[in-house]
Design a protein around this ligand. Structure first.
Ligand code: P5A
Length: 440
């Protein structure tokens, strides 16, 4: 992409309304624009990152055996009356009346709707296990939307729902999602620690939150420092091997790790003082196993091998891709701006033409840009006539991980400079060497 033809409305001034660094940087980098409290337009750069995150989430869900669908944002109140949550959900639910006077709502989550889909089609244990997920916008009329997309009212969620014949199988499904979350966060370039959690309005008795450590996190976390160095399973992990998967979950849940909600001082005292980590964290994922809570009241049953109908055992598994954009920035930035992990950077490489209009600089920059783009790389070429200093500042602000600098003095000697975002060292090489570095 040539910057002169793109749309990155960067802000020079620090926006006053932004209380935390990720919100400030997302506004300054021209990633989002607030439309109403907690409701945002995703501008090109923001949308690129959001899509890259959603895609990694999708790939890891698929790998773990979940199947993608797409449910609507608008739901009928009747489904929620069946589960009893229509009244329970209270003011967080945005209620809508259609022209026929029917009660509708903007979905805050989809347990009821997926249970309805399931009961309409699945009648036999032979179709289990089943895990269906979607990546769809949700609305929760939060009392205090804040910190930009970190706690929005409209936000993107990946929500998966598992269906199994009995509790053991349901637990195995929960463990598969647990392991897929470890892999997902690793690929997103962040460390998210699973912690025992409360179940709130979703229900059930087995639940874990995944938290990224950051000073601005809304939860206080208490954990054994050993969890920081546990290995994340490789991409060829065998999701069909229930014992292996359960073993990985055991390794990750043996050490003490809880948020303030479930913190237990007596158990905490058993952790050696030197091993205690007390920090703040951002919840980026939350998984639940709630047995037959929805299936029993909504009549979701399957015939078992015994010929008898069984209420299906369920779990639900959420990740917030829009919150993750902000959480990753909280965990990865410096004074100059965002430092994107390579896997989700909006562009992998930035080319800075220090003297646009200079024939030699233009020719070299265009050639590098075209060759890298043709090789399938996502490249942002700053071909504008802004000052060189402003170009450096913008590339750093928007966090492009690799930068190639083309200047008039260097190009006379057939040299460009290559550097990585966040590192001071610059490497001088020929334009061809720079191209090879990223394409070979
Ligand atoms: C699990 C999937 C659920 O709703 N039902 C379906 C369950 N869980 S949850 O913990 O309430 O939300 C799942 C994830 O969504 C993100 N999230 C948010 N992101 C931005 N702004 C919000 N207001 C918001 N609320 C929830 C979080 O990542 C959370 O872990």
């Amino acid at each position: 992409m040539r910057l002169s033809r793109y749309f990155i409305p960067v802000l020079k001034e620090n926006p006053k309304e932004a209380e935390i660094v990720s919100h400030r940087l997302m506004l300054r980098a021209g990633m989002i624009r607030q439309q109403s409290a907690g409701i945002y337009t995703w501008l090109p750069l923001g949308l690129k990152v959001l899509n890259k995150i959603a895609n990694i989430v999708r790939e890891e869900q698929n790998r773990a055996g979940a199947i993608e669908i797409l449910m609507p944002t608008i739901q009928s109140a009747d489904l929620w009356r069946e589960s009893g949550r229509y009244d329970d959900y209270g003011k967080e639910m945005l209620r809508i009346e259609d022209r026929q006077g029917r009660d509708m709502l903007f979905g805050p989550t989809n347990e009821e709707m997926i249970t309805d889909v399931f009961r309409s089609y699945v009648k036999s244990y032979k179709d289990l296990p089943l895990n269906l997920y979607h990546i769809q916008w949700k609305f929760r009329d939060e009392v205090r939307p804040r910190f930009g997309v970190m706690r929005g009212r409209e936000f993107l969620m990946k929500d998966a729902y598992s269906f199994d014949l009995d509790e053991d199988a349901s637990r195995a499904a929960y463990y598969r999602m647990f392991v897929s979350y470890l892999r997902t966060f690793e690929r997103l370039g962040v460390k998210a620690i699973p912690m025992r959690a409360d179940t709130g309005p979703i229900g059930g008795d087995l639940s874990h939150e995944f938290l990224i450590l950051a000073d601005t996190g809304e939860s206080e976390v208490f954990c054994h420092s050993d969890v920081m160095s546990l290995p994340v399973p490789a991409e060829n992990v065998d999701y069909d091997d229930d014992d292996l998967i359960a073993g990985i979950v055991k390794d990750w849940t043996t050490n003490y790790a809880r948020t303030d909600e479930l913190h237990d001082e007596t158990l905490w005292d058993e952790v050696a003082e030197g091993d205690r980590m007390n920090a703040r964290g951002i919840e980026v994922g939350h998984i639940f196993n709630f047995g037959t809570k929805y299936s029993s009241v909504m009549g979701a049953k399957v015939k078992g091998p015994d010929g008898v109908d069984h209420e299906v055992h369920m779990g639900s598994y959420g990740i917030g891709p829009s919150r993750l954009v902000a959480a990753i920035i909280e965990a990865s930035h410096d004074d100059n701006g965002i430092i994107w992990p390579e896997s989700i950077a909006p562009f992998q490489i930035g080319i800075i033409n220090m003297k646009a209009g200079d024939a030699a600089c233009d020719a070299a920059s265009s050639r590098i840009y075209e060759q890298l783009t043709n090789a399938g790389l996502d490249v942002l070429y700053d071909d504008t006539d802004n000052r060189a200093g402003a170009k450096f500042a913008t590339m750093d602000l928007i966090g492009i991980p690799n930068q190639i600098v083309v200047g008039p003095r260097g190009i006379e000697k057939n040299e460009v400079e290559v550097k990585r975002r966040g590192e001071a060292e610059k490497f001088t090489m020929s334009p061809d060497e720079a191209i090879n570095k990223f394409t070979s």
